[in-house]
Design a protein around this ligand. Sequence first.
Ligand SMILES: [Zn+2]
Length: 239
Amino acid sequence: MNNSLQIARILGIPIKVHISFLFILPFFAWMFALQPEPYGFAGTGPDILRYALALATAILLFASVLVHELAHSYLSLRYGASIREISLYLIGGVSAIEGELTDPVKEATMAFAGPLSSLILGIFLLVVNYLFNPAASTAEGNVLFIMIFILGYINVILAMFNLIPAFPMDGGRILRALLASRMGFVEATEKAATVGKILAFVMGLIGLLISFWLVLIAIFIYMGASGEERQVKSRYSRY
Ligand SMILES: [Zn+2]
């Protein structure tokens, strides 16, 4: 991937962040600093503490995305595929998996591993907050619990969101794997991509009414579905 920077190597896999992170990370930090409790640190003072907490939360959020990607990658490695790199983007990451995944059960398991890891992490953090936060509500408690709460609920949302069967999100990959057990891989990809595009279109329409973010995500999914469909078709037309 161009315009990206390698920040680490885990399980032998290069971990890269896209250059846009230079803008996105401060933007997320800024959002967390402005949101009222328990979804942000608006009531926390002084300013330097508020922005430090918000930045730490943003960094840990992207670390959560990395955990999600590593869960995919770990299973892929176990199944014998190799991973070229993990790239972290605006709303998630991409594990560049090499080698053919022709076993639908393995592909579905691998696709499910990411959301499952996000769900486990999210529930764990929410339980930690629930059990150990001495305040009656997160909003009144220690600021560290606000951070734990934010990371907990975003991880749960991340898990749920990724399970929407809109290819190329994880849910869509699971759908393709289910389809691929009954038809060819290319045909299954076409069908899953079509479902993904329809869902992206609906999501975009809803987004126009309620949230610009949803429109962006819808565009991302639509482009992703078209791109992967093209890729699969060109790869398999060679044979
Ligand atoms: Zn995933």
